[in-house]
Ligand binder design. Structure first.
Ligand code: 5AD
Ligand code: SF4
Length: 447
């Protein structure tokens, strides 16, 4: 049968969808390029904020008609929302045939098979203490970056977050399994690897910690760039920074979620670090790697957040000057501790704080990006620019997007680009050297 997977949410879900695609390919199914052409339609869902859930509910509603026209179509809901909302889903969307949580994907081929015989709903949202899909190879679409999941679940229980409930306990994949997957990705022509986990620096497998794993991945021949996301500030250590410095192919770019800049709010969030510990950490990163870019996540309007406490967040943002920030209004997640707090912040206040924060960060991003004007940077060519078919877009080691005329460069080349201007979030420049043939030849030899 032909299948189509629509993916929502974080990169972990992108990686999981590739895993599911690998399973279905392996059992004789084929990927459809359009949802309309598929007999198996899977939605890999996200429950992190209410807005994500609403979007997915609306989108699922659109499938009712499809199912009416062709009842043989199999509709499945996978991922975090499946775990979080299975009863709700089946009640409001009876045309959903299958609801599978993030630890149940191995059963999918068999379930698809069984479903042909029976017309029952299938629900499996049990969480496992062990499942890491270590032996399974994802089916990746052609591209530059291979998402590689190294651990699953989260034990941090930040009070706002639903992930420990939807994805269960923290568990790590074997080093051998991860390295084998990275080697396979290189053979397939990928030049960049992003190691993924809800909490990558909690990685621990038979005594191997995250910095050691990073070293093993850095040693895989052909891996030109390694990124990882997301680390928890409390689990960052000097050894991790040393490993980043020691290996040219580990990008000097860290996504380091701050969440809030007030100690009282951080405590209420159960974040396990203080504002000054976070600031010292960023200072240490910059002392060791002056070129390292730092991005963050911030939540505004967490229950009980006073205006002065929000101002403290703004102060940290201004003091540290993040390269970019993902900013969110706090969203109540049923089942989490913060959902029970009685001092919820009104939406207008959250909205106002969000807008203020976005404006402050936008100005900082502009200033930081302007420091690149006049410099030469190495860019990995990743895709066509959205604005012009004559231009490429690619990223620097520090995760900045750069747009430039294509000239003779090809996707997956590393090119030297002179930065001419910077508007908005991207930098604009022009290529100043011939393409890096060693990489291109290696890639085309593999391809
Ligand atoms: N409301 C708003 N933002 C949230 N995040 C996680 N849970 C919530 C929530 N309930 C944000 C955090 C996290 C990012 C992935 O999503 O900032 O780092
Ligand atoms: Fe959620 Fe906190 Fe775990 Fe991140 S560390 S997934 S925010 S509980």
């Amino acid at each position: 049968m032909r299948y189509f997977i629509e993916t929502y949410g974080c990169q972990m879900n992108v990686a999981d969808s590739e895993l599911v695609a690998g399973l279905l390919d392996g059992s004789g199914h084929r990927r459809a390029t359009r949802l309309e052409d598929a007999q198996i339609i899977l939605f890999n869902t996200c429950a992190i904020r209410e807005k994500a859930e609403k979007t997915i509910h609306n989108r699922l509603s659109q499938l009712a008609r499809l199912k009416e026209n062709d009842p043989s179509i199999l509709i499945g809901v996978l991922g975090c929302m499946a775990k979080h909302l299975s009863d709700d889903l089946l009640e409001s969307k009876p045309y959903v045939d299958m609801v599978l949580g993030p630890d149940s994907y191995r059963r999918l081929p068999q379930l698809v098979q069984d479903r042909k015989a029976e017309q029952e709903h299938i629900v499996d949202t049990r969480l496992s203490r062990f499942e890491v899909y270590d032996d399974m190879f994802p089916s990746r679409r052609e591209g530059v970056n291979a998402w590689t999941s190294i651990m699953r679940g989260c034990d941090k229980f930040c009070t706002f977050c639903v992930v420990p409930f939807t994805r269960g306990r923290e568990r790590s994949r074997s080093v051998a399994g991860i390295v084998a997957e990275v080697e396979e990705a290189v053979r397939q022509g990928f030049v960049e690897v992003t190691l993924l986990g809800q909490n990558v620096n909690s990685y621990q497998y038979e005594g191997t910690r995250f910095p050691d794993l990073l070293e093993s991945v850095a040693a895989v021949p052909g891996v030109r760039r390694i990124r990882y996301t997301s680390p928890h500030p409390s689990d960052m250590d000097d050894r991790l920074l040393d490993v980043m410095v020691a290996h040219d192919n580990i990008c000097e770019s860290i996504h380091l979620p701050l969440q809030a800049g007030s100690d009282r709010i951080l405590r209420r969030m159960n974040r396990s670090y203080t504002r000054s510990e976070y600031i010292r950490l960023v200072e240490r990163i910059r002392a060791v790697m002056p070129e390292c870019t730092i991005s963050t996540d911030i939540i505004v309007g967490f229950p009980g957040e006073q205006d002065v406490e929000f101002q403290e967040t703004l102060q940290v943002v201004e003091q540290l000057g993040f390269d970019s920030a993902f900013t969110f209004k706090y969203s109540i997640r049923p089942g989490t501790k913060a959902a029970e707090y009685e001092d919820q912040v009104p939406d207008e206040v959250k909205q106002e704080r969000l807008e203020q924060l976005i404006a402050v960060q936008k100005a900082i991003t502009l200033v930081r990006n302007r420091t690149y004007v006049g410099r030469e940077v190495e860019v990995l060519v990743e895709k066509e620019s959205k604005k012009s078919s004559l231009q490429w877009a690619g990223r620097t080691d520090g995760n900045k997007w750069v747009v430039f005329d294509k000239e003779s460069a090809r996707i997956k080349d590393f090119v030297k680009v002179h930065i001419d201007t910077s508007h908005g979030v991207a930098l604009q420049g022009h290529i100043i050297n011939a393409v890096d043939l060693s990489c291109q030849e290696a890639y085309h030899a593999v391809g």
